[in-house]
Ligand binder design. Sequence first.
Ligand SMILES: Cc1cc2nc3c(=O)[nH]c(=O)nc-3n(C[C@H](O)[C@H](O)[C@H](O)COP(=O)(O)OP(=O)(O)OC[C@H]3O[C@@H](n4cnc5c(N)ncnc54)[C@H](O)[C@@H]3O)c2cc1C
Ligand code: FES
Length: 261
Amino acid sequence: MNPYKPKFVKIIKVEEMTSDIRLFRVDFKCRHRPGQFIEVFLPHYGEAPMSICSCSTQYLEMTVRAVGNVTNAIHKLNVGDTIGIRGPYGNGYDMKSLKGKHLYIIGGGTGVAPLRGIIKYAEQHPKDFASVNIFMGFRNPEQVFFKEDIELWQRMFNVYLTVDQPSKAWRHCCGVITTLLEKQKLINENGVAMTCGPPVMIKFVIKSLNAAGFRNDQIFMSLERLMRCGIGKCGHCMVSNLYVCKDGPVFRYDQVQDKKE
Ligand SMILES: Cc1cc2nc3c(=O)[nH]c(=O)nc-3n(C[C@H](O)[C@H](O)[C@H](O)COP(=O)(O)OP(=O)(O)OC[C@H]3O[C@@H](n4cnc5c(N)ncnc54)[C@H](O)[C@@H]3O)c2cc1C
Ligand code: FES
């Protein structure tokens, strides 16, 4: 079977999240782990890797920010249109191995998307974890997405939000995400942190977590690199001797901290 051949499936839901972010649900049934990704193909435009942000065997959801050729074309699609999908790819999180832990889920901007699958898993298995603590940072209140999810998560878990530029109506924290982390008592014993966002954010999040007593083997991150094949063949995504597409995109920090790009 040709591993590059996508399966064409129907879009079954489209939801506008912000001015440039939309959630798409597609009729693609598969087993997958939170943190895995798919390659999305549009004829005449090309392919783009997208994180799976749902946790269901019945459909897949992805949150797409319109930044260029493929993603702008995806934004023009509606319910009933067809799209090519291959995957799921990458390692993702082994959620069963995190049973009994305090989860610290820390995302910035579109980096929140791959983390949603973890939180959806926790929604379905709330008793599996000692606590679920969600920290999310956005540029301003208009950029906040997953608003409906956040309302539910606020009822189930500990949720902390921050924006760089608040509006008058903003009732949460303001400042960078590390401000939020430093305000809370983080339980490093039996804790595990999962983070995704811009590289500079990740760097400072790790510093804050280390300062709170988290060892590097308690910190996981989803890396984003330019990708082509998605299956460990082309070498586009390599960081040192690792294929981000195949060995990742989820890495434990102690396993990548010394790798040079
Ligand atoms: C594992 C993985 C998961 C991802 N998950 C998501 C997701 O859930 N939602 C989402 O919106 N995006 C996600 N991305 C990023 C997404 O794949 C790119 O934004 C997309 O490929 C851009 O394609 P395009 O043809 O629209 O843009 P292009 O026309 O190719 O490029 C437009 C601009 O975006 C930049 N760009 C292209 N690819 C990337 C990239 N990978 N990272 C940073 N900048 C890039 C280009 O340099 C250029 O400046 C993910 C990327 C990876 C590797
Ligand atoms: S994208 Fe081709 S090897 Fe990773």
